[in-house]
Design a protein around this ligand. Structure first.
Ligand code: ADP
Ligand code: MG
Length: 503
């Protein structure tokens, strides 16, 4: 169950010349199924292969070739649906969407218009600790990707690469529940996070494995609430669709520019024409690509080469039983089991690998301290060197040893940083480093007291000043820490300095 105890963010409002406007956004995300083979052929989906080397006869639309459904891809769509709390349709069907394009040799794309495999679902979009919006998912359908036309390799010719032709995509369609550019980016971030937890899409946006068509409209305050109460779209403004966005930053910029363009037209008495637009990040504007096409323009009809897709509830149940713990549940558990803040819990659950790493560090130890070390020391260090958590030079077991040594009082926080540095760069075990390098914290009060006495005796002028200004006690603490090679227990030093100076 989703946690519904969050606060809902306000919609983004843009001030117009005449009155305020609110944004309404719906996203169609194309997520490439993490499958080694294509949706209807055994050809490889490997990225960056030699052009036209991963093309089966059926992908090239050779006459007489028949598509054969890839069961693994179907399973990933079901898995994704279950991960989004969605209805799974035991019977779905494939349709042909007809259009001409040089990189589409079939002359149609096989998709699922009338009977998608996944129905209504939902995504909780996080907008900060305790603030979230529940965005409804309308459907997920399976479809083929098209090939790639290359226009910039030769001044006189264009090329076609069919490697991507027939690769399985899940099109995940949201309801128009998203109310601002930041929310749209947060929606894509959350969806990508869930897909990666599920392992159904690798979410690599640079390689185009996850791209979004962004539908934007504007309306006057109060209109959206009417739409919500009735689900009647006539309360909303006419939308434009911005195609193929594969960067979070560009998604936000494009929405902002598109909303302002629409507001300007509406306020000067014009009408929005429903159309498909492209975002030009260099110019910072959207421009018209084609007028909006309707389903009948594509002459959709059931694909005669494929039987309706029937799956069994028992199979769906098996898939459901194999789902991993998902981000919302994991974050809530980290808050309750380890006493973490919402913020720390969401940083640690951003991806499944980081979460698993943290859990190993924290196992049987102080969870908050473990979170501090993973987030502040480890993540900071990994980021500096462009390392990924999966190739961290320090293992969770070793980072856990550092946390354990701090908790037991064997080392203080300052020495722990030195131990971390040695362990990180040498691969040695922290427990062994502390033992062999004599880095154990001095907690013996007698030894600390001797060091305090020495510092006080050597600095009579400072002692006089400190008596006037107790803040100077810190200077003595610093001197004692230095004299003990940073190994004294800081709390003990503090107490002794204060007592001996009579502060
Ligand atoms: P089509 O089939 O023509 O693409 P859909 O009804 O499937 O149209 O909607 C496509 C996307 O547009 C969905 O994500 C939906 O949420 C979004 N959408 C629909 N109406 C609006 C609107 N008025 N403003 C913003 N987005 C909208
Ligand atoms: Mg659509």
């Amino acid at each position: 169950m989703l946690d519904l105890s969050y606060e809902t963010p306000k919609p983004k409002v843009i001030a117009g010349a005449k009155h305020d406007w609110e944004l309404v956004i719906g996203l169609e995300v194309h997520a490439q199924v993490a499958s080694k083979a294509k949706l209807f052929s055994g050809a490889s989906t490997e990225f960056g292969a030699e052009p036209n080397s991963n093309v089966a006869f059926v992908d090239a639309a050779m006459p007489g070739m028949l598509p054969v459904i890839n069961e693994f891809c179907v399973e990933q769509a079901v898995r994704t649906g279950l991960g989004l709390n969605a209805e799974i349709n035991l019977r779905s069907a494939f349709d042909r969407k007809n259009y001409f394009y040089p990189d589409l040799p079939q002359g149609y794309q096989i998709s699922q218009l009338y009977h998608p495999i996944v129905g209504e679902g939902e995504i909780l979009v996080d907008m900060g600790p305790g603030v979230a919006r529940l965005v409804r998912v309308e459907r997920i359908h399976l479809e083929q990707d098209a090939g790639k036309s290359i226009h910039d390799m030769d001044p006189n010719m264009s090329f076609v690469d069919l490697n991507r032709t027939g690769v399985a995509l899940m099109e995940i369609v949201s309801r128009p529940d998203i109310r601002g550019p930041e929310e749209a980016a947060a929606y894509v971030t959350k969806l990508r996070q869930i897909l990666r937890y599920l392992g159904t899409c690798d979410g690599n946006m640079q390689n185009g494995n996850l791209r979004a068509d962004v539908n934007v409209s504007v309306c006057q305050p109060g209109q959206y609430e009417k739409y919500q109460a009735t689900q009647d779209f006539s309360h909303l403004g006419t939308r434009c669709e911005i195609k193929n966005m594969n960067s979070m930053r560009f998604i936000q910029q494009a929405i902002d520019h598109e909303a302002r363009r629409q507001i300007q037209i509406l306020e000067s008495g014009g009408e929005i024409v429903q159309e498909t637009r492209l975002y030009d990040p260099d110019k910072g504007e959207t421009r018209s690509m084609r007028s909006k096409e309707e389903a009948h323009d594509y002459r959709y009809f059931p694909c005669p080469d494929l039987l309706p897709l029937e799956i069994e509830q028992a199979w769906v149940n098996d898939i459901k039983a194999s789902l991993p713990e998902l981000p919302d549940a994991k974050r809530a558990r980290f808050v309750s089991d380890f006493g973490l803040s919402e913020y720390d819990a969401s940083v640690l659950t951003a991806d499944a690998e980081s979460a698993a790493f943290f859990e190993k560090v924290a196992e049987g130890r102080d969870g908050k301290l473990a979170a501090n070390w993973v987030i502040n020391e480890l993540f900071g260090r990994l980021k500096k060197e462009d390392h990924d958590i999966t190739d961290s030079p320090i293992s969770p077991d070793y980072l856990g040893q550092i946390v354990g040594l701090i908790s037991s009082g064997d080392i203080n926080g300052k020495i722990a940083k030195d131990v971390f540095e040695i362990a990180y760069t040498s691969g040695r075990a922290p427990e062994e480093i502390v033992a062999t390098e004599g880095m154990t914290q001095v907690t013996d009060t007698g030894a600390i007291e001797a060091a305090v006495d020495e510092v006080i005796a050597a600095n009579p002028a400072q002692v006089e000043k400190a008596k006037q200004n107790p803040k100077l006690a810190g200077w003595f603490v610093g001197q004692v820490m230095k004299a003990t090679g940073g190994k004294a227990n800081p709390a003990a030093v503090n107490a002794l300095v204060t007592a001996k100076l009579g502060l």
